[in-house]
Write a protein that binds this ligand. Structure first.
Ligand code: SAM
Length: 209
């Protein structure tokens, strides 16, 4: 048994709908991939650990990661706001969040993240970035500002640069993002080899005017 299979054998899903989505995804070529099970569990762990109550997700997809986040904020009595700009997947998120019984914990927004977050308050405990890869560098400064001091930014797929199966341009966006993050004195960051890599940043410093 390889190491990934081994670690996955221990991961229980926080909702039965997660397994339904996992089973249906391999047959579909019309959606972008969802996060790995171990990343879902990691997000659930971090939200519980930090007692996060305000969680922002960029890139809902069909709601797989959103369900992990929603199950966690149910425990912390918090709320997830999730954004996606794709109309058809938006309908699936609505359906999946309802099926998971998470309507009271998840607010689903349809639109371009770049526009929608402009009106948001600077108060988020955790921001999970999993939208279009080109967005990561574009949104970086705004996302740091939206995160409260002591809050976390978790960005998915940040080791794309060294993944030979991924389209080259995507890796370049991720590399640019990592360089911005590690040069940013407001953040204390590391990259963890979960899935295609996650960059986790703690906001330690104030925003300059
Ligand atoms: C990798 S998928 C998200 C998968 C999801 N987080 C999961 O794990 O289940 C990326 C999503 O980002 C969305 N997206 C891309 N560009 C966007 C933008 N500018 N604003 C909002 N959503 C965007 C896409 O429509 C797509 O559904």
């Amino acid at each position: 048994m390889d190491s990934l299979k081994y670690l996955r054998s221990f991961i229980n899903r926080d909702s039965g709908i997660l397994l339904d989505i996992e089973s249906s995804s391999p047959d579909r070529d019309d959606i972008q991939p969802s996060i790995e099970t171990e990343l879902g569990k990691f997000l659930g762990l971090i939200i519980r650990l930090t007692n996060a109550k305000k969680v922002l997700e960029i890139g809902s997809g069909i709601g797989y990661s959103t369900i992990w986040l929603g199950e966690a904020v149910k425990v912390t009595s918090g709320k997830v706001v999730t954004i996606d700009n794709h109309e058809r997947t938006h309908k699936e998120v609505i359906k999946n969040i309802k099926a998971a019984g998470l309507n009271n914990w998840v607010e689903i927004k349809l639109g371009d993240a770049e526009d929608l977050i402009m009106d948001f308050e600077d108060e988020w405990d955790i921001v999970f970035q999993d939208g279009g890869k080109y967005l990561y560098p574009v949104l970086h400064d705004k996302i740091v500002r939206l995160t409260r001091p002591g809050g976390l930014i978790i960005a998915d797929d940040t080791m794309f640069k060294v993944n030979t199966q991924v389209r080259k341009g995507l890796g370049e966006y991720m590399d640019e993002y990592n360089k911005m993050v590690f040069a940013d004195s407001r953040l204390y960051s590391t990259i963890l080899p979960v899935g295609h890599g996650i960059t986790v940043s703690l906001k330690i410093g104030p925003d300059s005017e």
